[in-house]
Design a protein around this ligand. Structure first.
Ligand code: ADP
Length: 507
């Protein structure tokens, strides 16, 4: 048996009207990571740039100070050559011997007077070189990690001079810009493969390497000043990077909280708007439904009063029949009044439903059948009521009677389409699965399979002059009372409408 699920209840908020909220946790995490990495890299680069600038400043100062000393050595030699010894050849000049006390880096002064020879050939070679270049020349250079010594020879007339220089004593530590022992910068003097360590520094491990290479600003002592600084990973500004990362996390959390709040506000506004529209729709449908409901009793009242009037005019003895017609008119007028009262309540207090009461399903059927007696009689339909067991349900009496009335009216209208002999209308009442069940079955043409899914939709009708609101209204009323209304095909032909409602006494 094909079955139709209950149709859409009026006033429900459609799913499509709900604002779609994106799950943004993943993208937010990625954004946080990107911002953290970018910020971290920027902070690290800034720190490295500052360290490089400080390193280069220190290296340049070291180069300048060492260059000044080298120039000083040249100046001392030039002065000696200019003044020449005041003593006889071969006799030491006290002024030369006092130089060491003024310049501690000058360990000794040697002199070659005319007719004498240097103590070593390297000094003689250096003198020759000096004579050719007219500058002081290097001799006996000895650069090791710990020791830095060399001789500086200047050829002059009549006597030539040679200074023995200790490099470690020539470093002006007082003006030095770095703490020699603890500074991470390594400073060396290099020449012809020899390396003398001025300042040890720290150049091990992973990291970034800064280098500085420059010859001393001295023609006679063109040593290479080499400074190296190794920046390790631990020297990066991790504290700042951590602060930045936390700041970004806090900002993103704040931002997403604000976004959530905004979308919740929008959702609330949207729901309010949709709710208002839904309510307007409900009211519109309700009004149209009421027009549908009132049309039938008003027509019946008109027919009954006209019939009574005719009877009284034509044959005053037919008073009992006229009275019966008037009773019908009164009952229909009451029904119309009930329907109107319900409409008024719904409009005035849209959220308050009529309180449920215990209603006997069989009684509701009898009331509806009383009202429809003339309709049944006119069509020659005798209604069979099968009350298998008493079913007392919790319902709004007027709403329940409206449903039963509508189902019976639809069935009678369907029976119009078959021959009088085939017309059967059965109302079946039972209790099943803890619910009161009312079934209205007719032997009419039935509902076509492609029509069946639409019968509960508002304004769906296949009947000429039909409004298509009866079943939609019945379905809304049934669900409003916690029940259900469904349609099935009847065998061998016809339709069955099943109404289930919660029992008043429970299962
Ligand atoms: P209306 O009666 O104004 O057409 P309803 O909502 O009461 O509106 O019914 C909707 C449609 O459901 C009808 O047009 C008809 O096609 C179908 N229908 C309802 N009841 C029956 C029935 N007992 N037998 C056959 N078709 C029915």
């Amino acid at each position: 048996m094909p079955h139709v699920a209950p149709g859409p209840a009026n006033g429900r908020v459609p799913e499509s009207a709900m604002p779609y909220v994106l799950n943004t946790r993943g993208p937010r995490l990625v954004l946080w990571l990107v911002l953290s990495v970018l910020g971290g890299v920027l902070l690290a680069r800034t720190e490295l740039a500052q360290l490089r600038e400080a390193f280069e400043t220190d290296a340049r100062i070291s180069h300048r100070l060492l260059s000044q000393r080298a120039v000083q050595h040249e100046a001392v030699l030039a002065t000696l050559a200019l003044l020449q010894p005041t003593t006889q050849a071969g006799v030491a000049d006290p002024a030369e011997q006092r130089l060491s006390s003024v310049y501690p880096q000058i360990l000794s002064v040697q002199r070659r007077d005319p007719g004498s020879n240097w103590s070593s050939t390297s000094l003689a070679d250096a003198e020759n070189a000096s004579r050719q270049t007219r500058h002081a020349a290097l001799a006996n250079l000895n650069f090791t990690a710990q020791q830095g010594r060399y001789q500086l020879v200047l050829a002059a007339q009549p006597s030539s001079f040679a200074l023995l220089i200790d490099v470690s004593a020539s470093v002006p530590w007082n003006d030095w810009s770095m703490p020699a022992q603890s500074s991470p910068v390594r400073v060396t003097l290099e020449h012809a493969g020899g390396v003398f360590v001025v300042q040890p520094g720290r150049v091990t491990g992973w990291g970034w390497r800064f280098e500085f290479h420059k010859h001393l600003a001295s023609v006679s002592q063109p040593f290479d000043v080499v400074a190296v600084r190794q920046v390790g990973w631990l020297e990066l500004p991790w504290g700042l990077i951590a602060v930045w990362t936390l700041l970004m996390a806090a900002l993103l959390v704040g931002w997403s909280a604000w976004q959530r709040q905004r979308s919740a506000r929008r959702r609330a506004e949207e729901l309010l708007r949709v709710g208002q529209v839904a309510r307007l729709n409900t009211l519109g449908e309700l009004a149209a439904g009421m027009a549908h409901e009132l049309n039938q009793p008003l027509t019946a009242i008109l027919a009954n009063t006209q019939a009574a009037k005719r009877l009284l005019q034509d044959d005053p003895d037919e008073l009992p029949t006229a009275l019966q017609a008037m009773d019908q008119a009164v009952a229909q007028a009451r029904r119309a009044a009930d329907v109107l009262a319900r409409l008024r309540r719904t409009v005035e207090q849209p959220n308050s439903a009529e309180p449920s009461q215990v209603v006997d399903l069989a009684q509701a059927v009898r009331n509806a059948l009383d009202l429809l007696a003339p309709e049944c009689k006119r069509r020659g339909v005798s209604v069979t009521v099968q009350a298998v067991q008493p079913a007392h349900v919790l319902a709004e009496r007027v709403a329940l009677e409206q449903i039963v009335h509508n189902l019976l009216t639809n069935a009678l209208q369907a029976l119009d389409l078959v021959s009088a002999a085939e017309r059967q209308l059965t109302v079946h009442i039972e209790v099943a699965s803890g619910m009161g069940v009312l079934r209205v079955a007719d032997s009419g043409p039935g509902i076509a399979p492609d029509t069946l899914p639409h019968v509960f939709e508002p304004f769906f009708t296949t009947r000429e002059g039909g409004l298509g609101l009866g079943l939609s209204l019945c379905e809304t009323l049934a669900t409003g009372m916690g029940g259900q209304l469904s349609a099935h095909a009847n065998a061998p032909h016809g339709a069955v409408f099943t109404l289930t409602l919660p029992l008043a006494t429970g299962p």
